[in-house]
Design a protein around this ligand. Structure first.
Ligand SMILES: [Zn+2]
Length: 304
């Protein structure tokens, strides 16, 4: 499959973390050789800035291991005070996901949130009567959750202290695009699930209308995102990790006007002005329903 389109051989072979093929080509050049923890902030506005992104023959786009080696170390130091800004919209998002999960599995009694940030979903799940636990690599976010009395452990899966614990629901909301080895994450989620349990994955959809229209300027192209899934590559990865897809949909999020205006500021003339104005008025903090349709949510069960 040599095509002369940028495929490299020999010592520069890069293996796809999903299908393990080395048939991939450069899709987008790196924008940054030096990265700092703040470059990974959840609310980082420098969209379109990424590591080198390669595209595999299986369709998966990913940053090569050489670019992502430092990632976890940086996450441990990540402190993102601006995260609270988008709180209302995140609350609406997490509430609707939890509601969906509980409808799918009314008998569920426990939930593990992987990449729990400051524990919002852990809190909501706890209030809805579930035994809820989170794991979060950022020391400061996990500590903030514990300060509020939530069971959020600092670290990532697999975690020694959680090895013997099983859950009915495992959630990975906006997490899998951050990890260099997504199959390892899915395997780790699998070992935490009860036999009838359900796994929820939410991630940006690289095949969405917005992604295709915006190309290399899509707002989900960010340093912190090192894996870009489509519905088909996500289903493929889930199958390889021993899951089968039960349900898939495009969730609609709500955004606070100020947050949204800042987010689209670089695309739409006038949006930055609106962001500035909304900071000074009561507009900031208003939550408006808006469906960008550029994420996918998948619920998967263990394959038999
Ligand atoms: Zn591949």
């Amino acid at each position: 499959m040599e095509s002369g389109d940028g495929n490299k051989t020999g010592s520069r072979d890069v293996m796809c973390p999903i299908c393990r093929s080395i048939q991939n080509h450069l899709w987008k050049k790196s924008d940054s050789s030096v990265i700092r923890p703040e470059d990974l902030a959840i609310t980082d506005k420098r969209y379109g800035m990424t590591f080198e992104i390669r595209e595999c023959e299986c369709g998966f786009r990913f940053a090569p291991p050489s670019a992502t080696d430092q990632l976890l170390e940086l996450y441990k130091e990540l402190d993102d005070p601006a995260y609270e800004l988008g709180r209302e919209s995140r609350l609406a998002q997490q509430s609707s996901l939890l509601e969906r999960l509980r409808e799918l599995m009314p008998a569920s009694t426990s939930l593990l949130d992987v990449g729990a940030a400051n524990g919002m979903l852990v809190d909501l799940a706890g209030r809805s009567g579930l035994r809820s636990v989170g794991v979060e690599p950022s020391e400061s976010l996990a500590a903030a959750a514990r300060m509020r009395g939530l069971d959020v452990r600092t670290g990532t899966l697999p975690m020694k202290a959680l090895e013997s614990e099983k859950f009915d629901l495992v959630a990975c909301v906006d997490v899998i695009e951050h990890v260099a080895e997504p199959l390892a994450l899915l395997h780790a989620c699998r070992t935490q699930l009860n036999p009838n349990g359900k796994l929820l994955i939410v991630t940006p959809d690289a095949a969405s209308f917005a992604a295709r229209i915006l190309g290399k300027r899509w707002w989900h192209l960010r340093l912190a995102h090192v894996g870009y899934f489509t519905p088909s590559t996500l289903a493929y990865a889930l199958n390889l990790a021993g899951f089968e897809v039960e349900l898939q949909w495009r969730p609609g999020w709500s955004f606070e006007i100020g947050y949204l205006a800042e987010r689209v500021g670089s695309y739409i003339p006038g949006a930055s002005w609106l962001a500035d104005r909304s900071r000074q008025t009561r507009l900031m903090g208003e939550t408006v329903p808006l469906n960008l349709f550029d994420s996918i949510a998948v619920v998967a069960r263990l394959a038999h």
